[in-house]
Design a binder for this molecule. Structure first.
Ligand SMILES: Nc1ncnc2c1ncn2[C@@H]1O[C@H](COP(=O)(O)OP(=O)(O)OP(=O)(O)O)[C@@H](O)[C@H]1O
Ligand SMILES: [Mg+2]
Length: 163
């Protein structure tokens, strides 16, 4: 288990985190994006999409539960906010076997049942607002060594910052 918390002082830092995550993803990977309303989940998902050259650009899929995008890898962007807590992800059609070919970004994963957050290839990001209109923090678990190394370089983590 590896956990690191980084400070996202600005939107630019969130974009940099998205780039680091996006370029680290492999086919079949899932990114679980957690955090309160407005904490920056969609902002980070969009930045991951930019890194993967997503077409069309990721937006907030508020009235649909899953949107599919082309890119360096196929990208599925799920927003489970409006699904009742405990909804079975597979039955609801927000996860399926095609996603083995690409990456799946899931906002509000805690509304879904049948998702194993500990699975290899699952990255968990918990966003929190430090200030309403600015700084955020991101607590990241399940990162592969390559992503951890990039985060250490980009965000200047020292060994002591790592969980
Ligand atoms: N450092 C930051 N990182 C991310 N977003 C930031 C930051 N600073 C300000 N913001 C702003 O916070 C808002 C975050 O909204 P966003 O839609 O990404 O949140 P969300 O977690 O997806 O919300 P929801 O739960 O409603 O889907 C955006 O307007 C964004 O511009
Ligand atoms: Mg959102």
């Amino acid at each position: 288990m590896n956990v690191v918390t980084i400070a996202l002082e600005s939107l630019a830092a969130t974009t940099a985190l998205g780039a680091a995550i996006g370029t680290s993803l492999h086919p079949g990977d899932r990114v679980l994006l957690s955090g309160d309303l407005g904490s920056g989940k969609t902002t980070l998902a969009r930045a991951i999409g930019v890194a993967l050259h997503a077409e069309p650009e990721l937006t907030s899929p508020t009235f649909i539960y899953v949107a599919e995008h082309r890119g360096d890898l196929p990208i599925w962007h799920v927003d489970a906010y409006r699904l009742p807590v405990g909804t079975d992800a597979l039955r609801a059609g927000v996860i399926d076997e095609r996603q083995e070919q690409g990456v799946t970004l899931i906002e509000w994963p805690e509304h879904l049942g049948g998702l194993d957050g500990e699975e290899p290839g699952t990255l968990r990001v918990l966003l929190a607002a430090v200030e309403p209109d600015g700084a955020r923090s991101a607590t990241i678990s399940g990162a592969r060594p390559g992503l951890r190394a990039v985060l250490a370089t980009t965000f200047g983590l020292s060994e002591g910052d790592r969980g």
